[in-house]
Design a binder for this molecule. Structure first.
Ligand code: MN
Length: 250
């Protein structure tokens, strides 16, 4: 039995290849997965659990099917932080705390989206504090869906603009932040996404106090971490249909 970890699919109606790859992946693991963990940014944008668009509904239905075969857990990303209890009730997907520790084959393993590790990106961290504020979210969710969709489009455009002016280093994980959060949770392994830089950081073990595994995005191909009693294997997942489009990082 294997446990699967994915993140940063950034599912969007206009990128059907990624959605197809996701559903193919779900079909493939359905009968033998111990659990599936989705570590944030499953969706490119999430305007609220009351989203009645056919695209959102189709993904909810597919997740509900999957969660009847094995546990599916989700941890909020910086794109889909508005996912809440109604989504969980309608999909059977358990929504995890932003910092979640699991016992993975006997090893205390910390799960994060990864955006909190990018502490050098001061502008983003300020934005995160705003949009994670419950009062701010309550006000946003009180707006009609159309207004929320317009607002989300604005934020996405502003985010693309802001990223184009930032260095690669600023948008990567800060290793002091990695070491701090792993120590605070007494974990020797960390799995996260967000940076879209898939890697198993063996060489950083001593510096951060454990093994950091970074999941990749699902733009040109998929990225899956498979963990079983033999160990952890970070795999690229080729899309069956070739794709010419790609999104932006983060
Ligand atoms: Mn992200």
């Amino acid at each position: 039995m294997s446990t699967y970890f994915i993140s940063d699919l950034h599912l969007l109606e206009s990128r059907p290849q990624a959605t197809q790859a996701f559903t193919d992946f779900l079909n493939r693991i359905r009968d033998h997965a111990e659990a599936l963990y989705i570590l944030g940014d499953l969706f490119e944008v999430w305007v609220g659990d009351d989203d009645d668009a056919p695209f959102a509904s189709s993904i909810r239905e597919r997740l509900l099917q999957q969660s009847q075969s094995h546990p599916v857990a989700f941890l909020r990303g910086n794109r889909d932080f508005l996912i809440g209890e109604r989504f969980s009730a309608e999909t059977g997907v358990r929504v995890l705390d932003d910092e979640t520790v699991i016992d993975l084959h006997g090893e205390r393993t910390l799960l994060l989206h990864g955006d909190t590790l990018c502490t050098d990106d001061v502008g983003y961290q300020a934005f995160r504090r705003t949009c994670r504020n419950p009062a701010w979210q309550h006000q946003l969710l009180a707006q009609p869906l159309a207004a929320r969709r317009a607002f989300a489009a604005q934020v996405r455009a502003a985010s693309a603009d802001a990223m184009s002016g930032k260095s690669e280093a600023i948008m990567d994980a800060n290793l002091d932040a990695v070491r701090e959060v792993m120590a605070r949770h007494a974990c020797t392994r960390l799995i996260h996404g967000h940076t879209h830089r898939p890697a198993v950081h063996e060489a950083q073990r001593a510096q951060v106090g454990g093994l950091r595994i970074v999941l990749g995005d699902w733009y040109e191909q998929g990225s899956v971490l498979v963990v079983d009693h033999n160990g952890a294997d970070l795999q690229a997942l080729r899309f069956t249909v070739s794709t010419s489009d790609s999104g932006s990082a983060g």
